[in-house]
Design a protein around this ligand. Sequence first.
Ligand code: GDP
Ligand code: GDP
Length: 438
Amino acid sequence: MSRPIVAVVGRPNVGKSTLFNRLAGERISIVQDTPGVTRDRIYADVEWLDRKFTLIDTGGMEIGSEEVIQKQIVQQAQIAIETADVILFVTDVKTGVTEDDVKVANLLRRTKKPVVLAVNKVDSVKRDTLAIYEFYELGIGDPLPVSAGQALGLGDMLDQIIANFPEKDIYEEEDDAIKVAIIGKPNVGKSSLINKILGEDRLIVSNIAGTTRDAVDTPIEIDGQKYIFIDTAGMRRKSKIKEEIERFSIIRAVAAVERCDVAILLIDANEGVTDQDTKIAGIAHERGKAAIIAVNKWDSVEKDEKTMNKYLKDISMELKYMEYAPKVFISAMTGQRINRMLELIQTVYQNHALRISTGVLNEVLIEATAMQQPPADKGRQLRLYYMTQVSVKPPTFVIFVNERGLFHFSYRRYIENQLREAFGFVGTPIHFIVREKG
Ligand code: GDP
Ligand code: GDP
């Protein structure tokens, strides 16, 4: 089941970032091996009462004239409406209700999405209830007093947030369809690719009606395989500010990846792998999704027999942590290798859900440790006793060892590679849980 998405909105200086950091806590940099992703983070995992969700901070820019800021606030609210399951609207008790608050409220009132209204900076225990009442005038329900700075009232607010989560995955009955997110920076060719796939004489099943999301997903059946392409239509926000465009494309990617089985990362062949590509790729990686790297606009590159290899090398360098993702060189314009890409989607999808029996797994483990001795440290040698697969999507293995500290990254990687050699697992990350056994 995909995790619900909670988007934080509100005008500048009400304390959105403070609140975001407070809720995200230490979890904010969980995955250290995803370079470029942990910087300027705008999304984080939060867990409250056994419910996990993804928190997105839509704010961030908020510079310029009052007019520019107002535009930004509106865009941020709109992107939250498009992508979130629950919207957390933050206001400030010290300033009271402002004109900009009213603007945001007017937008939020028009959506069907649940909105939780937090009044921040209520720092003292004897809370000024009168000041809180003023926020009823925004017309979006009960204002909740919180203090991001003092960590007050956050539990009640989180209770409210999770009480508003959708009951179940909207696609639960559509289990035979592969959910695909095409992600990538603006202008890389995402819409063109979808249009190309749809344009080819293919059967569009139906539109999914009655979902709580405002976004449009495209179900389609190709050669007997059902797919759902996520968030493909009407998702273009015009903005002149580069940072803002980037931020929105990341928010959009987070929302799409959250709900997908397979993420296709589009790279522009004319630009190679950019910083933003790295960030977007990291989203799929961190979420443990099946992934394909598609180099688009291949038609527009001048090439000789070495060109493809050069690209492959560059991608491996820049996206080291995604070595498992197969690469394909496509053109959304001419349709080159789009069939190949569709085949890859099926392959990586199957690998993502692959289950290996414990017996076979341990045969591989025994062979691997015989071929290359586990490392020793200060006279203590690592011993790998046993391993078993505990879940899929992505394949996750519990491995029992004598001492966790001895199981260094390089040997872990060796074991991972042995598993990949034995079972394939193309296109899916593999997760390990290391347990000590006396
Ligand atoms: P953003 O622009 O909405 O992201 O706001 P920030 O998180 O950057 O906070 C703006 C200012 O409000 C900073 O100076 C914060 O230290 C302050 N602030 C944030 N939360 C609280 C709070 O709960 N109480 C008080 N007194 N100040 C806060
Ligand atoms: P999006 O912002 O990622 O959805 O990108 P678009 O699909 O709107 O494409 C951006 C631009 O790239 C458009 O001008 C497309 O015509 C162009 N484009 C997309 N795919 C290809 C391709 O495979 N080859 C070439 N030459 N141009 C492409």
